[in-house]
Design a protein around this ligand. Structure first.
Ligand code: ADP
Ligand code: ZN
Ligand code: ZN
Length: 813
């Protein structure tokens, strides 16, 4: 008797045992996928974890349905890394498995399949494949269960896999927005003519079609320097006519094909890497010598100091040594600007991986990494690219390491990509370079403690000075009547100045929408979301109220729902209102806005940035999206509309985050030519953080924050584990929370806080309460976690409490 233990993509802690034949036991390897039945006739994709001969105790092992891989899809190092993540972040291996693999690899009986409408070649399909294709002509979607019925068998995963690879179908994804990238039209010879020896024959044949001959010759001219020829190049650079092209295609000589614009495609035009400046070279050498003794090094380099160029030089060395490199960035910083920059240097080595890419593309990158293809030797990606099947990592770069979005909040695993990257690098014996102009307190602490190496770069490229930062007291300005709407006279003056010089301006307002809150002037009530405990936000464009947590919307009411008064007032202000006020103040300026609302469309983000780059926009208003990785040389002024909201945010990191955000936004000013200016409007110009921002005093900020962290028992001294419980019935939840509060208190005494009702106490109809458990420096982390898990198990054994959702979030910074 032979058995396998498998990981199932579900939140249960243990592995599950299935029966296999002797032949299967010889074929199967750890890391291969199998289809198995679990629960009441549900079929899942599971991952083989071990192969053995011990029958499970207490239940009869079922047979597997099918083996899905010919060789492992996941390697040993990955599995070890997953185990670390599961243990450290207190979730199941199955949850890590589920989030690590592109969903196309994780078919299950409930998966929904859609037709890929651009597929035409039905002759290439096998009989089974055709049946599915046909069924999808009549039904817009099918579940895998239905496909099993149609084909009359349970072993359908490989057929679906083939259909996905042939791009006949796609798997419907819930987590990700469907993303349809733009296609560019290319042209090439058909198979028949794709042979240079046939060229003279071809030209002979076209001797009387002069235009067509010219197109063929132009094609060859382009082909000398490029692998891929865009139709537009033939048309624009060589005057190829559409009619001429059409005839060549109709004759079966040339054919069109399409490539996604953002799919990395190397066209042979690589660029030499830049020569580092003296101070960059010093930093580069310091990083390398630090790597001799430290696995992780922090590069603290001010904005526009050329950190990226230093990464590039390091990457080049590693690629030459045949090592894999992962360049990790927060999702919002993954801009086309950076992709293009790296593409120029490393086109033939570079693949990009992030959640907005199509499923097929994610599968393709996975396979390329697995097969150690050159094209995937350098991966540029957001946090999920940590899970790719690397076998030979030499370096992980974590750029903008301070970014909060490296932490995954939902669903499990709630991991921090920077910290998980350091663990992954360790398993590969690889190095980690953390980069930031404003390192997180934890990282800087680790660097000053000697745990990480520290390298500083305090000179901007071209020796441009850091921007000059002015704090404008808007309380004073209001008193002196020097405000127009939300603009102080100083800010208006500076904008006028910049516009006069044909320079560009960025205005930062950390809120989207028009005016977040509507308030009744008569009774003071403001409309609330029916599902969540938050006020609705006003969006003037559609004249509606929306909830930013659950997506609820309703038309803007005419009367107060509480007292009937018509005096509904908008309070606070968002990006949309800033944009409108600007339009009135600067009638002749072109104004653009960048926030979640304007960038939601397919190309919103790229389009706005493109326009800004081409100077079709003079003033760009936006949320924190603007703070990351953008390099525009013509921006001379940055304005922060209101610094107070972020400073007052109820979170122990609010001050650190405000500092980082303002320094990063300020860093967009004056990058290339002359010194930039930054205006920060505030009601509280003497706030210590604003003073530190205005004088670029990172270390002072750091020391002060560190003091506070120690005093109030926060990281980096104490670790934090947050426990969150949710339920639709308030009373049930409250009883459970009280019970938990007592248990935690018994064990952790004053280091257990809660139950507390968070500032947003209800989301999507679930009430929420939370606990914070602080782990003092000398207390065992493992024991603390074990104790929490024990409490959880007891809690869930209590019948009334079982339906309460129990979420553990480790290192919730
Ligand atoms: P950071 O990542 O530190 O913000 P970047 O690497 O984006 O800085 O550099 C800022 C700008 O200066 C970029 O446009 C970059 O191309 C340019 N630059 C930096 N270093 C060099 C160099 N050694 N030679 C030429 N240009 C450089
Ligand atoms: Zn009212
Ligand atoms: Zn809501």
């Amino acid at each position: 008797m032979y058995f396998i233990n498998v990981i199932l993509p579900i939140p249960l802690q243990k592995l599950f045992t299935y029966k296999i034949t002797e032949a299967e036991s010889e074929f199967l390897k750890k890391g291969m996928r199998v289809a198995v039945e679990f629960g009441k006739s549900k079929i899942y994709t599971a991952l083989v974890f071990s192969i053995h001969k011990e029958a499970p105790v207490g239940y009869e092992a079922k047979d597997i349905y099918q083996i899905l891989d010919e060789k492992p899809l996941v390697n040993e190092i990955q599995l070890q890394h997953w185990e670390w993540i599961a243990k450290y972040y207190m979730c199941s291996l199955g949850e890590v498995f589920r989030s690590a693999l592109p969903s196309a690899f994780l078919l299950e009986s409930e998966t929904t399949i859609l037709l890929n409408t651009s597929f035409k070649n039905e002759d290439t399909l096998s009989e089974d494949e055709f049946l599915i294709f046909e069924a999808l002509q009549f039904q817009s979607q099918l579940s895998v269960n239905q496909i099993m019925e149609i084909l009359g068998k349970k072993t359908v995963f490989p057929i679906i896999k083939d259909l996905i690879e042939k791009e006949v179908i796609v798997v419907k994804e819930h987590i990700y927005e469907q993303y349809k990238p733009k296609l560019v039209k290319y042209i090439q010879f058909t198979q028949k003519w794709n042979d240079s020896e046939k060229l003279s024959e071809l030209l002979e044949m076209l001797s009387r079609a002069k235009k067509q001959r010219e197109i063929i010759l132009a094609y060859f001219q382009l082909k000398a320097t490029k692998n891929e020829i865009k139709v537009i190049e033939l048309q624009e650079d060589f005057g190829a006519s559409s009619a001429g092209l059409k005839s060549l295609v109709d004759k079966g000589i040339l054919e069109y094909y399409y490539i996604q614009t953002d799919r990395i495609h190397f066209d042979g035009k690589s660029q030499e890497i830049k020569k580092l400046t003296t101070s960059q070279t010093t930093a580069f050498k310091a990083i390398k010598s630090n790597f001799k003794t430290k696995q992780t090094v922090l590069l603290k380099g001010i904005t526009s100091s050329g950190k990226t160029e230093i990464y590039v030089k390091l990457i080049k060395e590693l690629l030459q040594n045949k090592k894999q490199v992962l360049y990790l960035l927060p999702e919002i910083a993954l801009t086309t600007q950076l992709i293009e920059r790296l593409q120029f240097y490393f086109g033939e080595y570079l693949s990009v991986f992030h959640s907005k890419y199509s499923m097929n593309e994610r599968v393709e990158v996975w396979n390329n990494v697995l097969e150690k293809k050159q094209k995937a030797q350098l991966i540029l990606g957001a946090r999920s690219s940590l899970f790719l099947p690397y076998s030979n990592l030499g370096l992980i770069i974590v750029d903008e390491e301070h970014e909060p979005s490296f932490k995954q909040f939902d669903p499990a695993p709630r991991y921090h990509a920077r910290d998980a990257a350091i663990v992954l690098a360790n398993k590969h014996n690889a190095k980690v370079l953390l980069g930031s102009a404003t390192p997180s307190i934890e990282t800087f602490y680790n660097a000053t403690q000697g745990k990480y190496g520290l390298v500083e770069l305090n000179e901007r490229f071209g020796k441009v000075l850091l921007p000059e930062i002015f704090l404008v007291d808007i309380k004073e300005k209001h008193r002196k009547k020097r405000m127009k709407g939300h603009f102080s006279d100083d800010l208006i003056l500076q904008i006028e100045d910049a516009l006069k010089n044909r320079e560009q301006v960025i205005l930062f307002q950390n809120r989207r929408g028009f005016a977040p809150i509507v308030e009744c002037e008569t009774c003071g009530e403001s409309p609330q979301c029916p599902n969540c405990d938050v006020s609705l936000t006003y969006h003037s464009l559609k004249n509606e109220l929306r909830c930013h947590y659950c997506g609820y919307k309703q038309a803007m009411p005419h009367n107060c729902f509480a007292c009937g008064s018509e005096k509904l007032n908008t309070k606070g202000f968002g990006t949309e209102q800033v944009e409108q006020e600007l339009q009135q103040l600067f009638e002749n300026a072109n104004i653009g806005r960048m926030d979640l609302d304007t960038t939601r469309g397919k190309y919103g983000y790229q389009k706005i940035l493109g326009k800004f780059k081409n100077h079709e926009i003079d003033i760009l208003v936006g949320t924190q999206m603007l703070s990351k990785g953008l390099d525009f040389e013509n921006v001379s002024l940055v304005g922060v509309m209101n610094a107070d909201a972020m400073l007052n945010f109820p979170d122990f990191r609010a001050h650190e985050r405000s500092y980082q955000l303002m320094v990063q936004v300020a860093g967009r000013a004056g990058r290339a030519k002359k010194r930039g200016k930054v205006i920060i409007q505030t009601f509280n110009p003497y706030h210590q953080i604003l003073q530190q921002v205005s004088t670029h005093s990172f270390e002072e900020m750091y020391k002060e924050q560190l003091n506070e962290r120690w005093q109030y028992k926060y990281p980096p001294y104490y670790r934090i584990i947050k426990v969150i419980v949710k339920h639709k019935n308030y009373t049930t939840l409250d009883e459970g929370a009280q019970w938990l509060g007592k248990s935690f208190n018994n064990i952790f005494k004053e280091n257990a806080l809660g139950p507390a009702i968070p500032s947003i106490s209800k989301i999507r109809n679930l009430y929420i309460q939370q606990f914070i458990i602080k782990i003092p420096p000398k207390q065992s982390i493992t024991k603390t976690k074990d104790a929490i898990l024990k409490v959880k198990n007891t809690f869930q054994a209590i019948r009334n409490f079982r339906p309460i959702k129990f979420i553990i979030d480790v290192d919730n910074y």
